[in-house]
Design a protein around this ligand. Structure first.
Ligand code: PGA
Length: 268
């Protein structure tokens, strides 16, 4: 059977940056500089800036998707300061879950992230689930075991068919590479992508594990993105710091476009 080609995805994680006053302009500028065939672009601003980004992109480039950076694991109730998945209706169609900064700062566990995943999928959001090891884990040769355990913890009990239909994306983000200027090697990211797909297979995904897009994240720039796209198992990037810079995004998405075109040519 010929499998459909996996999409090429560049997701921008703006983290706790921008305001409703300036987010729209930044989104517009990034959209204008990244018009490249075959690349799925996603911008994930802070909650407060979602409406401004939505309005700017509706006018500038409706092909750019919008994502949130988190959702709560319940639908509604007494959860002061929280945002639930159904509240994102009309504002976002993607969501980042399990980012290491939330695991670190908000104490999110794999079990909690799994509950958020379920809520996100019910609300029709496309999840980007983040996994990745600490430096000590990599140095001790435990990187793959850590990611496998995170995946198992997040996904156990969730229906692979449902997550597959929601087009789950996984981002491999080694914690030591996030915001440090120190990126993983392309070959290590590729080995991790293979391990992630075989873990999914073991969790009941079977052959459809080959269809799950896997992104690399951690100090991605226009200068190093080529190293990751040189690996056929890597389908794109989750970009933090560099995603606030239109020049960087233009370079990153431009490089992604080459991979998208090559993949298309390979199946034509
Ligand atoms: P970074 O962040 O590109 O700034 O390292 C990536 C991320 O946290 O998603």
């Amino acid at each position: 059977m010929i499998r459909a080609m996996r999409p090429v995805i560049i997701a921008a994680n703006w983290k706790m940056n921008t305001t409703p006053a300036d987010a729209g302009e930044l989104a517009r500028e990034i959209a204008r500089r990244t018009r490249v065939d075959g690349v799925t672009r996603v911008i994930c601003p802070p909650f407060l800036c979602l409406a401004a980004v939505r309005d700017a992109l509706a006018e500038a480039d409706p092909d750019v998707a919008i994502g949130a950076q988190n959702v709560h694991h319940e639908l509604a109730g007494a959860y002061t300061g929280e945002i639930s998945a159904p509240m994102l209706d009309g504002l976002a169609t993607w969501v980042i879950l399990g980012h290491s900064e939330r695991r670190r700062d908000a104490g999110e566990t794999d079990e909690l992230i799994g509950a958020k995943l379920a809520r996100a999928v019910e609300a029709g959001l496309r999840p980007i689930l983040c996994v990745g090891e600490q430096l000590a884990d990599r140095e001790a040769g435990r990187a793959i075991a850590v990611a496998e355990a995170q995946l198992g913890g997040c996904l156990t009990g969730l229906d692979p068919g449902r997550l597959g239909a929601a087009q789950l994306v996984i981002a491999y983000e080694p914690v030591w590479a996030i915001g440090t200027g120190r990126n993983a090697r392309g070959s290590d990211a590729a080995a991790m992508a293979e391990a992630i797909r075989s873990t999914l297979s073991g969790l009941g995904w079977g052959e459809t594990s080959r269809d799950v897009p896997i992104l690399y994240g951690g100090s991605v720039t226009a200068a190093n993105i080529g190293e990751f796209f040189a690996e056929p198992s890597i389908d794109g990037a989750l970009v933090g710091g560099a995603s606030l810079k239109p020049d960087e995004m233009a370079g990153i998405v431009g490089r992604a476009g080459l991979t998208a075109a090559a993949r298309l040519a390979a199946i034509a």
